[in-house]
Design a binder for this molecule. Structure first.
Ligand code: SF4
Length: 338
């Protein structure tokens, strides 16, 4: 999505889902209780018209369910309204999210006829054991086949993956990321597992059969994943669940829920880069870390955690951060001779 493209979201919670994946309670995650109908689409587009900036692109997005698995007449009712606004130029494109086992040529033909441009697939993992333990009801091969078909038919493809699912390990998460990269999506969303109330995962956690994927676990593994996607030129368009009042108010019982998770991961990546540069540092040194424009807070870390850690680990006398606009995402180490 470009900087001037606005999303008009319509949530279709659990519509079309053949089962409940163990981690999922879309009503709590999205904050929406009622399924969307044609009126919801109409209202979303018309109310967005009042506050979205003029001149920018507008994309209608059906999120939160398995769009292409809902009864065809319901799909058509929702898409037909969207198409009317598309044809009038009130919106510029349509995207939707769905399951990998709800994609075939006939479905894609229908989406194409209604002007859908982007399809998001909830891949979640490309490890079959993790998919089984998470109650997904599809295989890794389903993800690969659906992804290839979507791309072959000319749609934009966004793949969603999760970390810390039942049966998962950081190694499996990294393997999933590599397999996703091989599928060449146009973007990726990474959702570290959150334990949401009223889910099977919550019960598994309470029973001790699932161990929480903590914020620290998520930051650690995602700081490995992000550079992989970056090196492959695949944008990570979201990291972590969007914060909502319900999740922050207690529906997120445990797990990797933090409104600033993405920033924490970027901050950890900066820390790792700094550690590489400091490997040969003598105790008692005074150093300046040069970072790109606007990167000071990422380098510093939440509550100065990166700076405090580096100072203690390398027994530094002094450590300062200075911005250098020429550096972009890289960092540079300068030793101060005293
Ligand atoms: S994760 Fe997706 S497919 Fe699974 S229950 Fe939730 S919305 Fe449905």
């Amino acid at each position: 999505m470009s900087a001037r493209e606005s999303i008009i979201p319509v949530f279709v919670p659990h519509l079309g889902c053949p089962n409940d994946c163990v981690f999922c309670n879309q009503r709590r995650i999205s904050g929406e209780q009622l399924p969307a109908g044609p009126e919801t689409v109409k209202n979303a587009i018309e109310s967005a018209a009042a506050f979205l900036p003029q001149g920018g692109k507008r994309q209608l997005a059906f999120y939160g369910g398995s769009f292409t698995a809902i009864p065809v007449c319901q799909q058509q009712a929702l898409l037909s309204v969207a198409k009317e606004y598309l044809d009038r130029g009130d919106i510029d494109s349509v995207r939707l999210s769905t399951r990998p086992d709800a994609i075939d040529d006939e479905i894609l033909h229908r989406l194409r006829a209604h002007g859908v441009e982007t399809i998001e697939l909830g891949a979640q993992s490309l490890d079959d054991e993790v998919l089984i333990l998470s109650g997904r009801g599809h295989t890794a091969e389903d993800v690969e086949n659906a992804s290839r078909l979507i791309k072959a038919r000319g749609f934009k493809l966004i793949l969603q993956m999760m970390t810390g699912l039942p049966g998962d390990t950081p190694e499996k998460d990294i393997e999933t990321a590599k397999k996703i990269i091989a599928l060449k999506p146009d973007g990726v969303r990474i959702y570290p597992t959150v334990i949401v109330r009223d889910t099977a995962l919550y019960d598994m956690w309470q029973a001790g059969t699932y161990h929480e994927h903590s914020i620290e676990d998520a930051v650690q593994v995602c700081s490995e994943l992000l550079p992989l996607f970056e090196a492959a030129g695949i944008p990570v368009i979201r990291l972590g669940l969007n914060p909502t009042d319900d999740l922050s108010g207690g529906d997120a019982a445990a797990g990797a829920y933090h409104p600033a998770l993405g920033e924490m991961v970027k901050s950890r990546i900066m820390l790792k880069k700094a550690e590489q540069l400091m490997a040969e540092t003598e105790p008692g040194s005074s150093l300046i870390l040069e970072v790109g424009r606007g990167k000071t807070s990422q380098m510093t870390g939440q509550k100065r955690c990166n700076l405090d850690y580096l100072k203690a680990k390398y027994a530094l006398k002094e450590l300062k951060i200075k911005e250098n606009p020429a550096l972009g995402g890289e960092i540079r180490l300068i030793r101060i001779e005293k």
